[in-house]
Design a protein around this ligand. Structure first.
Ligand code: ADP
Ligand code: MG
Length: 704
């Protein structure tokens, strides 16, 4: 580490960073509690509570020159007020400003006191985004302020920060509190944790300056950059935040790997399976299996994520790994997110492993009574060599005799906390199981770097030979009738089809109703076919029964909501129709499409859309039409909508970013990656302070 790393102990005799918020005037026990509920405990937490966006109230725009879609601030007098009740209560306030323009402010929620304020002639200032209305432009729910006669109503000097909402604390109060906290910002020396050289090289400001620019943008600040999130102040904070997150994940990994694990060597059993399989492993499977073997041979727990598109053949790799544990006289467990998927694994693994003499136990919610007791006893006693079940395996107080390898399918539904819980499932000798995590949601390389810094990542980036790529067709919803014919033709050839109904932004109830209507219409239009129906509001048992009927060929057509998204394998299904495909994200469309094209027959996926298409939707559908490659789609997805949704953020903790945006700041990651290792080795205390600053109690919780 360069010698310029500041020495904290010299200057922070009084440590403002950790001063509790109750030290601020106006923060009593009640307010402190509300802040604490959002993990805001000390001054430092408020310094780092960064604006979500900015509002530009530095100028007034004459009403006449307002442009639809362009946010602006206006000032005018109330001309007319109208209260209506068409479909719901509504308040319309017309204002004008002498620029010969009229603007309507429209409210759907309002209180009587508010209505009383809008007396004709009253002067007010409003800030919002105009859009075309019935009578010229209107702003819906603008923020506004009534101006008194002697109100000087000065304009803002710089951009106004907009902070995340905190329940029970109004925006004005919050702004005031943050302002007070900022008054206690120590000087740069005491505050800065990053070496000067890093910052100078990248022309980034120090922390103190960066915080002040973000919270109180000066008059001459680069507004466009701030609004776009690319201002050097934001980049600087993003750099520090990404580094802190990375360090925190690396530390978790180091802590876990400080435990011992059983080295799993050999491979005779695994070779037997390979010989018995009706296919040869693909090059990608060989490569990943070799990586896994190398990890397992160590006396340190493996922490590896295997990414592989649907159908890339992850299960075989998992089975080979399990055999290594079994050959060494230890147990392996395989967990899936749903019973249906767990059962699918069970069937595959039984077919592959039982001929080799492997004893498999099955533990799922529906295994009850005597069967369950027997299964639990065989797991605890060690007769069961492989245990297959849902993720609940980890929480149900299942006791293993000798668990040496835990395999988790569909990582994005499996949290860091659960991963840590595995630590405690090892043997009595304090050994921790190796962990193999498999996911079918490809994540762009840059993101994987940030999201899984605690895991090693491998990719099975090749499909088994002989698969015909799914052909994707994008059609307007008007062409729906043609598709009925297409289904009839496919099923006449002995194939099966899916019809997927999607309605986003509606309750499950509404989706179920719409899907029900489609189900009835299709059943009527295709009387010769056996049509099934699954939706999210069905009982798990009924849902599963329908899926199993489809899988076993008792149904020709399955009408479904997006519940079929994950992992169901029906090789004979070769046609999928997705309604309202424009409403789904790329990752979801790709997952859905992965349900077909699993057999040798040429498959088709028809994406029906309702015109008009937004630019984004058009790009998504076009991407789907052009490629079947999950990694390409993931990159495009990242570009189109950013990383948050991509990762199903809650579990990964990535939603917690305050300023960093993985799509925008991805270029910082290689640097973060590089310096994090050095920091951990050479300046562990500095690493601690960075993690404490940005992640604080959340990290303490995760490590507990
Ligand atoms: P996923 O990665 O989606 O979990 P699976 O492991 O379910 O994929 O594999 C999909 C199908 O491909 C299975 O029927 C499996 O037996 C088959 N398969 C796996 N590897 C190969 C291979 N190397 N060659 C041919 N078929 C394979
Ligand atoms: Mg799978």
């Amino acid at each position: 580490m360069p010698a310029s790393v500041p020495n904290p102990s010299a200057s922070d005799r009084v440590d403002p960073a950790h001063t509790p918020l109750t030290a601020l005037p106006g923060v009593g026990a009640r307010v402190a509690e509300k802040l604490a509920a959002r993990d805001l405990h000390n001054l430092q937490d408020l310094w780092l509570l960064l604006p979500r966006q900015y509002e530009d109230r530095t100028a007034l725009t004459p009403i006449r020159v307002l442009q639809p879609g362009l946010t602006a601030q206006v000032e005018g007098r109330v001309e007319a007020v109208e209260r209506g009740f068409r479909y719901r209560p509504m308040l319309r306030v017309a204002i004008s400003d002498g620029s010969q323009g009229t603007l309507v402010l429209r409210f759907f929620h309002f209180r009587a006191a508010q209505v009383a304020q809008f007396t004709p002639g009253a002067r007010l200032r409003a800030y919002g985004t105009p859009r075309p209305g019935q009578h010229g432009l209107e702003m819906v729910h603008p923020s506004y302020r009534i101006l008194g006669a002697d109100d000087a109503a000065e304009l803002s000097e710089g951009l106004d920060p907009v902070y995340p909402a905190i329940e029970g604390i109004g925006p004005a109060t919050l702004r005031k509190l943050i302002g007070q906290a900022l008054d206690h910002l120590p000087d740069e020396q005491a505050l800065e944790l990053l070496p000067q050289a890093w910052l100078q090289e990248r022309k980034l400001p120090g922390l103190r300056d960066a915080l002040r620019i973000m919270h109180r943008p000066p008059k001459d600040a680069d507004v466009a950059a701030l609004l776009a999130g690319t201002h050097p102040a934001q980049r600087r904070l993003a750099l520090e935040e990404l580094l802190a997150h990375h360090l925190s994940l690396r530390r978790q990994r180091i802590a876990l790997q400080a435990h011992a694990a059983t080295p799993l060597r050999g491979g005779t059993l695994a070779d037997k399976l390979r010989k018995a399989l009706p296919f040869a492993l693909t090059g990608a499977q060989e490569r990943v299996y070799a990586q896994v073997r190398e990890d397992l041979a160590k006396a340190m727990p493996m922490l590896r994520l295997v990414q592989g598109d649907v159908g890339s053949g992850k299960t075989v790799v998992a089975a080979l790994a399990a055999l290594l544990a079994i050959e060494n006289g230890r147990q392996a467990a395989l967990m899936a997110p749903t019973e249906l998927l767990a059962e699918q694994h069970l069937n595959n693994l039984r077919a592959w492993l039982e001929p080799l003499g492997v004893r498999i136990a099955w533990l799922a919610g529906k295994v009850a009574g005597r069967a369950r007791e027997t299964a639990l006893a065989s797991v605890a006693g060690g007769e069961a060599q492989l245990v297959v079940g849902t993720h609940a395996l980890m929480q149900e107080g299942v006791v293993f005799r000798d668990l040496a390898l835990a395999i988790v399918d569909e990582q994005h539904r499996f949290g860091v906390h659960q991963r840590l819980a595995l630590r405690d499932k090892g043997g009595e000798d304090g050994r921790v199981p190796h962990q193999l995590v498999m996911t079918a949601t490809p994540i762009p390389r840059t993101l994987a770097m940030a999201a899984y810094a605690d895991l090693d990542v491998s990719a099975i980036d090749e499909l088994p030979p002989g698969r015909t790529p799914v052909q994707t067709v994008v059609l307007s919803g008007e062409r729906r009738p043609e598709l009925v014919e297409r289904i009839r033709a496919a099923c006449a050839e002995g194939r099966q089809a899916y019809w997927v109904c999607t309605i986003i932004d509606e309750s499950d109830e509404v989706i179920a109703q719409a899907a029900q209507a489609t189900f009835e219409a299709l059943s009527k239009a295709l009387p010769a076919l056996r049509v099934g129906f699954v939706h999210g509001r069905m009982k798990a048992r009924d849902k599963q029964a329908a899926m199993i009927a489809f899988k076993s060929g008792e149904l020709d057509l399955l009408v479904a909501t997006t519940v079929i998204e994950v992992g169901v394998d029906v090789p004979n299904a070769s046609l999928m129709i997705v309604e309202n495909a424009e409403r789904l994200g790329l990752a979801q469309l790709h997952q859905l499409r992965g349900r077909v094209g699993r057999g040798s027959a040429a498959s088709t996926c028809v994406l029906l859309y309702q015109p008009p298409l937004s630019m984004m939707a058009k790009q998504r559908l076009e991407t789907m039409r052009q490629t079947n490659d999950g990694f390409v789609i993931a990159e495009k997805d990242l570009e189109l909508r950013g990383p948050g949704e991509l990762l199903g953020t809650r579990q990964t903790g990535l939603a917690a970013f305050r300023v960093a945006d993985l799509a925008r700041d991805a270029d910082l990651l290689p640097f973060v990656h590089r310096v994090a290792e050095r920091l951990l080795q050479e300046s562990p205390q500095l690493a601690d302070r960075l993690v404490d600053r940005w992640i604080g109690s959340a990290a303490r919780y995760a490590a507990a």
